[in-house]
Design a protein around this ligand. Structure first.
Ligand code: GDP
Ligand code: IMO
Ligand code: MG
Length: 430
């Protein structure tokens, strides 16, 4: 029997990971965020009520589950407290069930200012970040100057280090980016009341997770973003600053690969991307309009319109390999309802040489890509809320089977609507 499951996005984020994490955590003792920060926006819809989580693990709506924000996450203490309080207003109490790694890196005001200033300076070449300071926070971590959650415990040392680091950033913000300077005393003043609130949550989460594994507890590891936003494997430089693929789960928690039982890749039945960067199957026609409207494709974090396109199985097969995926979950199948035909991208052609290419290497190679499509018949019947595979229209079953054949891994879950209950469980994962 499987004791833990990793859930990863296989596209450019927003695949519906939050909903699947929430669904699978019903049977789990722990749910763990491993990388990324409050750039993530994970949506849950339970009994018609919509909740968007950014830092808090998506399984925490289940009363008996413990949430872990592990060492690989970059944490904004201000945003964390805001999110905790927002949930409390809705009657969801998580403080006693939430643990934060003492080694997680902090996201502070100067990271956000730097993120915004850099994007502004890049102009039309901007990455299209969420403006949450994620890139600069990971830079600090790698540069070995980052402040960590454990640094909140000693006010005097914190103050000294903050003064130094703010001075470092003020040189850049004021001289280079022509922005206002930041006062470290204001950052400290805002942090102090929060430290008291999160003090008890700060733990060695790696130790806690290993104890849970020893005690045969079920664990869901929640990936954020998607495989092609990965700093190494994504469409660099149009990526986020963490490893969003399987490696990020391992380094981001301290749980080794032999402890991971199943790796589930979540993919939309079509594609979306928010922010700039390569997107071979992107659409600009009435199908984009269909996906946008029917799929409500607007960012959960920034509200930006998501770019949309057909399913890209060249990228999906790459995601299967780089993540060692055991199986897939297809979400938003219902959004395809009513289309006459459905296209699947099965290979990329180089527009200059007409050659079929395996996978583009650099951001320049992505510019000359044309998707080659296979066309499948659509279906008119509604799939929204269907709970059994055999109740899906024949053409929808055919679409699912085709994806399994191309990717060579099984589809274990199909999501047929935003609600927690709109799900087809083909195979039990735990
Ligand atoms: P995440 O970042 O991967 O958790 O995904 P987001 O929450 O950012 O975006 C997914 C969106 O699709 C949310 O609005 C979900 O409520 C919605 N959603 C998830 N699964 C389904 C589904 O099967 N059908 C439909 N129509 N919507 C879904
Ligand atoms: P979830 O977990 C979709 C994108 C941004 C931008 C790029 C870099 O909800 O799937 P960043 O702020 O991380 O430096 O932005 O990454 N991005 C996401 N896109 N879903 C996300 O998270 C994302 N997190 C970051 O739009 O293109
Ligand atoms: Mg999202």
């Amino acid at each position: 029997m499987n004791k833990n499951i990793v859930i990863l996005g296989t596209q450019w984020g927003d695949e519906g990971k939050g909903k699947i994490v929430d669904y699978l955590t019903e049977d789990a003792a722990y749910v763990v965020r491993c990388q990324g920060g409050h750039n993530a926006g994970h949506t849950l819809v339970v009994n018609g009520e919509k909740i968007i989580l950014h830092l808090i693990p998506s399984g925490l709506l289940h009363d008996n589950t413990i949430g872990v924000i592990a060492n690989g996450v970059v944490v904004s203490p201000l945003e964390l407290i805001k999110e905790i309080k927002k949930l409390e207003k809705r009657g969801i109490f998580v403080r006693k069930r939430l643990l934060i790694s003492s080694s997680a890196t902090l996201v502070l005001k100067y990271h956000i200012e730097m993120d915004i200033a850099r994007e502004k300076r890049l102009g039309i070449n901007a990455i299209g970040t969420t403006g949450r300071g994620i890139g600069p926070a990971y830079e600090d971590k790698i540069a070995r100057r980052g402040l960590r959650i454990k640094d909140l415990k000693d006010e005097k040392k914190l103050s000294t280090r903050l003064e130094k680091i703010v001075d470092y950033y003020n040189h850049q913000l004021v001289s280079f980016y022509k922005c206002n300077s930041i006062n470290y005393k204001i950052i400290l003043k805002d942090l102090l009341p929060i430290i008291d609130l999160i003090q008890d949550m700060i733990q060695d989460t790696t130790h806690i997770l290993h104890k849970a594994i020893q005690n045969n507890k079920k664990i869901v590891f929640e990936g954020a973003q998607g495989s092609f936003l990965d700093i190494d494997h994504g469409t660099y430089p149009y990526v986020t600053s963490s490893n969003t693929t399987i490696g990020g789960i391992i380094s981001g928690t301290g749980v080794g690969p032999r402890c991971l039982n199943r790796i589930l890749g979540v993919t939309k039945a079509y594609s979306t991307r928010v922010g700039n960067g390569p997107f071979p199957t992107e659409l600009f026609d009435n199908i984009d309009e269909h996906f946008s409207t029917k799929g409500h494709e607007f960012g959960s974090t920034t509200g930006r319109k998501r770019r949309t396109g057909w399913l890209d199985t060249v990228s999906l097969c790459r995601a299967v390999k780089i993540n060692s995926l055991s199986s897939l979950c297809i979400t938003k199948l219902d959004v395809l309802d009513g289309l006459n035909e459905i296209k699947i991208c099965i290979s990329y052609k180089n527009t200059n040489t007409s050659e079929i290419i395996s996978y583009p290497d650099t951001v320049y190679d992505w510019e000359n890509i044309e998707p080659i499509y296979e066309i499948l018949p659509g279906w008119k019947k509604k799939t929204l809320g269907i709970k059994k595979l055999e109740d899906l229209p024949y053409e929808a079953q055919n679409y699912i089977k085709r994806i399994e054949t191309i990717t060579k891994i099984p589809i274990d879950i199909i999501s047929t609507g935003p609600e927690r209950s709109n799900i087809i469980l083909v195979r039990n994962l735990f």
